[in-house]
Design a binder for this molecule. Structure first.
Ligand code: NAI
Ligand code: MG
Length: 345
């Protein structure tokens, strides 16, 4: 059997770091079914060429032919452009990838704060439904509104995803030979909200996620729940986006932080960072976020050993400190870091 993986580099450094992820997957050899990579098109450059940021054919191939996918990064204009909308947001919708799972962990033995957490970001609603309006006021000034949508349905499935992930992390940490992590004690889900202010929308989110634990016949008894210090943080779309970028700073660079867009049956790995126009084309983008995203895609599909092999190789290269890209203070290129990791895999 083969593993068909749709590869969507999109724009900017996505094109430089996605090949590194492909090479890491290829280096796994027989640890996974033989991978077959299907190049697919999307992005801002594609929009400027052919008028569509996400071609129908890309969606069709992903849905009908692929077992999983990897996405690079899209460059989105910060002003409104007629006819353009972000292909990554559209892809999450088309493939029903309702969660964006973003682990942030520092490598034991390296300098900096001890971090080991995962942010489970709701991927389909909140302010990102993009219902925006602008009104002219009588005095010539303007008022803009954005509608924020929170549903019990989306909150419940993201809550369940977070608790299931907490169970899995607990089991992984308890397994014999598990690598050391900074999280001690039982797994914990933290609900990120601001329901003291937004009591209706965040209130619904908070209550719904709490009910997942309370109504589940004891399945999640071993998982603690609180609303602060976190192991697994479950958050609405906007807060999840913001805190994961903040958490990335704790481990030194956005170039290190992976994510996977997860539904019930399909997974799309994606580095958290964007197209990094300031360094694109120079061959110095950090490939680690992309390579770790490949591992996360594989572990989400159940290929735990293969994922561990990639992650251990990445950690070893970080710990040795011989090869690192400029975002981490090093002088290595994307290719040099990738080669060092491939050798360890
Ligand atoms: P960014 O993530 O592209 O860059 C932020 C900073 O991190 C820059 O200094 C960049 O050089 C650095 N950086 C990012 N990835 C890196 C890597 N692999 N190695 C080394 N350094 C790295 O975010 P920014 O500048 O806010 O946005 C740039 C473009 O990316 C915009 O068009 C934005 O819309 C898009 N974007 C796309 C995302 C996606 O595809 N999911 C997510 C975030 C932004
Ligand atoms: Mg972001």
């Amino acid at each position: 059997s083969t593993l068909k993986i749709g590869m969507i580099p999109a724009d900017g450094v996505g094109r430089e770091v996605l090949p590194a992820a492909q090479r890491a997957i290829e280096a796994l050899g027989s640890a996974i079914p033989k991978p077959e990579f299907i190049p697919l098109i999307a992005g801002w450059e594609e929009f400027n060429k052919n008028g569509k940021a996400l071609p129908d054919e890309t969606v069709r191939v992903l849905k009908e032919e692929c077992d999983a996918a990897m996405f690079g990064s899209v460059q989105s204009p910060s002003h409104k452009v007629a006819g353009y909308s972000s292909p990554i947001v559209a892809l999450r919708k088309h493939l029903d990838l309702y969660a964006n799972i973003r682990p942030v962990a520092s490598v034991p033995g390296t300098a900096g704060p001890d971090v080991n957490l995962v942010i489970v970001r709701e991927n389909t609603e909140c302010l990102y439904i993009k219902k925006e309006e602008i009104h002219d006021n009588a005095d010539g000034s303007k008022t803009a509104f954005a509608t924020r949508q929170i549903t019990s349905k989306a909150s419940e499935r993201i809550g369940r995803m977070a608790f299931e992930l907490a169970l899995r992390r607990g089991a992984e940490r308890a397994a014999p030979g598990a690598p050391a992590t900074f999280w001690k004690g039982p797994p914990k889900v933290t609900i990120v909200h601001k329901s003291n202010v937004l009591s209706v929308t965040d209130g619904l989110f908070r209550e719904t996620v709490r009910a997942v634990k309370e109504n589940d016949g004891g399945r999640y008894d071993g998982v603690e729940m609180n609303e602060q210090l976190f192991d697994v943080a479950v958050a609405p779309n906007l807060y999840g986006d913001i805190i994961s970028d903040g958490a990335a700073a704790l481990v030194g660079s956005l170039g290190l932080v992976p994510s996977v867009n997860a539904g019930d049956n399909f997974f799309m790995g994606e580095p958290v960072h964007g197209s990094a126009p300031d360094i694109a084309g120079k061959g110095i983008a950090n490939p680690i976020a992309s390579i770790r995203s490949a591992a996360l895609m594989l572990s989400s599909m159940g290929y735990l050993e293969a994922a561990t092999r990639i992650n251990a190789a990445v950690d070893a290269v970080i710990l040795e400190g011989k090869y690192s890209t400029p975002d981490l203070g090093g002088k290595s290129t994307t290719d040099e870091v990738t080669e060092a990791i491939l050798k360890k895999i």
